[in-house]
Design a protein around this ligand. Sequence first.
Ligand code: URA
Length: 209
Amino acid sequence: MNNVTVVDHPLVQHKLALMRDKDTSTKSFRQLTREIATLLCYEVTRDLSLDEVEIETPIAAMTARMLSGKKLVFAPILRAGMGLLEGMLELVPSARVSHIGLYRDPETLDAVEYYFKAPTDLPDRLVITIDPMLATGNTAVAAIDRLKEHGAVDLRYVCLLATPTGLANLQQHHPNVRVWTAAIDHGLNDHGYIVPGLGDAGDRLYGTR
Ligand code: URA
């Protein structure tokens, strides 16, 4: 599928398998989410531009390369997206954060917004929306709609699991948004859960049901 990168690094796949296991504890699930987020962050930032800068090491002067261009915003979709945030901030600690509160209506599976707060300079930043599960894609589409309304133009999307339906929905509404995911699963069950998936990511992160 165009615009989609499946991060099949062995460490990502190993951690994902542990997360899928229903017997993995809340503590381990949270830790694994954080670790996998760091690995996904490494991949989603792989093509960031660099500038040459002159520095002096303790031994000699040299030309080194440092990040240039747009600064980052991570945009976690509450609440499960928060599970990925810390791991991403570990690699890019100066990134800004946009919080987007959306929940899925259990009947219609539509996204309903209850909170939105973003930095004012979204148009100047690379905005990376983060949410573990790209299921129907409705929440992702709604989140990116809101970010675009606030001026975001350069957007990427990071998740742990995606479905073909969710990816198609996102690409139909936002064809310029590239997606990074650890896996693409078969589809959705009647309750909108990804199959085989890993269950409810928010509940598993926070020990709720
Ligand atoms: N959200 C989740 O947490 N899990 C799913 O399987 C689908 C959506």
